[in-house]
Design a binder for this molecule. Structure first.
Ligand code: SF4
Ligand code: SF4
Length: 386
């Protein structure tokens, strides 16, 4: 969800309140079922068919429109990200769903889309940010579809930038071993496409993200590790990507400024300085269980929730990926009833993923812990996203 780890502090009031209730074993379900930021997956259906997709073949489920009432009345988040599952914009009542969620007082709505479809309606007026995923054309196909989809997506990014008034327009580029050579050409394409649009260029932001495979610490195998290593780029590729960029930067200083200020380009330096090892090591077969600290607390699970198209609520974004009911708090139609003993399992950081290697929100938890022990004077981004 959030790329700035301090954003979790936007929800510190709710976190402290829920933590105090759980510590005192006070069951106030209407308080405990609330969340600060939810990721809502409206549908598993999609217009594309990416080979790295984690959600294909999961049954193409769809969120029932009636369940949105439970979000508005019981969960009442201050921020909602509409994301996959599949492609949210092809949810049959997408416009109505956004208008319904916008009824939550002061809520901010964000959308993660593959950019192939722009639904009709007033929904754009209620969106604070959008992130469009762009993929590579590989073997003559764009994510399992005709290559022309790449132009459709880039034209739609342009529409969001120039016509929609959405304050933040992010572009997400997924990279992996087989498409590393596309990173530079993609960056240049975005730069040259929008750089002369003085009014809107400053709203473009590119996020480069390494592809990853789903792995559970209890189910690691040498085969899965091999798959992970082969999916990720190798050090030679990262070094050569960096040197290609340096070469371009020496010719065009403003391209360098663009990437340094309007992208997370630094990820390639981080990868070359050890982050790649971390990604590789996630799937390395090792002894389990990892050392557990009895005093550990997870605060992230008190602020965030992911709700899947079947209506199951997951308080841990790391485990939600697996779509297993055992990792959920229960079904949204049961709210405000909220199974406290289940939430406690996450709050006491007792799951198999509650460790620095597997937890995707480890650094956010550290930020909250430090802030609870001794409130810090740090910058908390005012918005809940990006
Ligand atoms: S666009 Fe997203 S949901 Fe659709 S197939 Fe690709 S990865 Fe999966
Ligand atoms: S893996 Fe554990 S510590 Fe991390 S978010 Fe999930 S429940 Fe919290």
């Amino acid at each position: 969800m959030a790329t700035n780890k301090n954003r979790i502090l936007n929800h510190i009031g709710m976190i402290k309140e829920k933590a105090a209730l759980l510590d005192a074993s006070v069951v106030k379900e209407e308080r405990l079922c609330r969340a600060g930021h939810i990721e809502l997956q409206l549908t598993d259906k999609c217009t594309l068919n990416c080979s790295n997709c984690h959600f294909r073949d999961l049954g193409d489920h769809t969120f029932s429109f009636d369940w949105l009432d439970r979000i508005v009345k019981n969960i009442r988040p201050s921020a909602i990200t509409l994301a996959g599952g599949g492609e949210p914009t092809i949810y049959s009542r997408f416009n109505d769903a956004v208008l319904k969620l916008a009824e939550i007082p002061r809520v901010k709505l964000g959308l993660i889309t593959n950019g192939t479809v722009i639904p009709k309606g007033e929904w754009v007026k209620h969106i604070s940010w959008i992130r469009v995923s762009v993929y590579s054309v590989e073997n003559g196909m764009y994510s399992g579809r005709i290559p022309q989809f790449l132009d459709v997506v880039i034209n739609n990014i342009q529409w969001y930038l120039r016509e929609s008034n959405i304050p933040n327009v992010g572009i997400h580029f997924l990279f992996y071993r087989k498409n590393m050579s596309d990173i530079l050409s993609f960056s240049k394409r975005m730069y040259f496409r929008f750089k002369d649009d003085k009014k809107n260029f400053g709203r473009v932001h590119i996020q480069f993200k390494p592809a990853f495979i789903m792995a559970r610490p209890t189910q690691l195998t040498p085969e899965l590790h091999k798959e992970n290593v082969e999916l990720l780029p190798d050090y030679d590729q990262i070094r050569s990507t960096l040197s290609e960029f340096e070469n371009e930067f020496s010719k065009d200083e403003s391209f360098k400024v663009f990437l340094e200020t309007q992208s997370n380009f630094s990820i390639f330096n981080q990868l070359s300085n050890g982050y790649l090892d971390e990604l590789i090591n996630i799937t390395r077969v090792r002894d389990f269980p990892l050392k557990k600290n009895e005093k550990n607390r997870c605060y992230v699970c008190l602020a965030y929730q992911l709700i899947d198209p079947n209506g199951f609520i997951y308080p841990c974004l790391t485990l939600a990926e697996h779509r297993l009911k055992e990792f959920s708090l229960g079904h949204i139609s049961e709210l405000p009833n909220s199974p406290v003993e289940k939430l406690n399992k996450f709050y006491t950081a007792s799951t198999e993923c509650c460790n620095k290697i597997f937890c995707r929100n480890w650094s956010q938890n550290e930020v909250v812990k430090e802030n609870i022990d001794k409130p810090l004077k740090i910058d908390i981004p005012k918005d809940n996203f990006f």
